[in-house]
Design a protein around this ligand. Structure first.
Ligand SMILES: Nc1ncnc2c1ncn2[C@@H]1O[C@H](COP(=O)(O)OP(=O)(O)OP(=O)(O)O)[C@@H](O)[C@H]1O
Ligand SMILES: [Mg+2]
Length: 151
């Protein structure tokens, strides 16, 4: 199943992050696809803040990986844009983080093609005018609660 949603501004991205956070509280692998500037880091930031992370969420473009501990949940935010060879992932220790109960959010997962297991949540972001459009698929996408109707 794939759900497509309009994200007209970063506030809409923040609201989606709040909807996704409960689904990811038990860990899992999230693949975030989309071109440069599509809003992948913004969505990760929204999810981590909705989980209760109070500090900054920086893009791990140079660090490759940024660890967090949020209410007892181990979280790894990865940006594999600079990975040229999936073997570099072995050196990075990525395999050790792909454990049950750990949340791993990966930007540019295509750099690790054939190396990452299937994601629990696939996120595809694309530009749509000034805003963005997001497509969600994978096992966790079907558990996304519809937005509550306004009373
Ligand atoms: N829903 C949205 N509507 C409008 N602008 C957005 C939206 N989401 C994010 N942006 C803006 O897009 C810009 C790029 O966002 P972001 O850094 O999250 O992209 P990215 O996909 O992580 O890029 P990269 O591939 O370089 O890591 C930021 O200025 C951000 O505020
Ligand atoms: Mg990014």
């Amino acid at each position: 199943m794939t759900a497509a949603l309009a994200l007209p501004d970063v506030e809409a991205t923040a609201a989606l992050g709040a909807r996704l956070a409960p689904l990811l509280a038990g860990g899992g692998l999230v693949a975030l696809r989309g071109e440069l500037g599509a809003g992948k880091t913004s969505l990760v930031r929204a999810v981590l803040q909705a989980m209760g992370h109070a500090g900054a969420v920086r893009s791990p473009t140079y660090a490759l990986a940024e660890p967090y501990l949020i209410g007892g949940l181990e979280v790894w935010h990865l940006d594999l844009y600079r990975i040229a060879d999936p073997q570099e992932l072995e050196l990075l220790g990525l395999r050790d983080w792909l454990r049950p109960g750990v949340l791993v959010l990966v930007e540019w997962p295509e750099r690790a093609a054939g190396w990452l297991p299937p994601a629990d949540l696939e996120v595809l972001l694309e530009h749509d005018g000034e805003g963005r459009r997001v497509h969600l698929s994978g096992p966790l996408a079907s558990r996304l609660e519809p937005v509550a109707a306004r009373a």
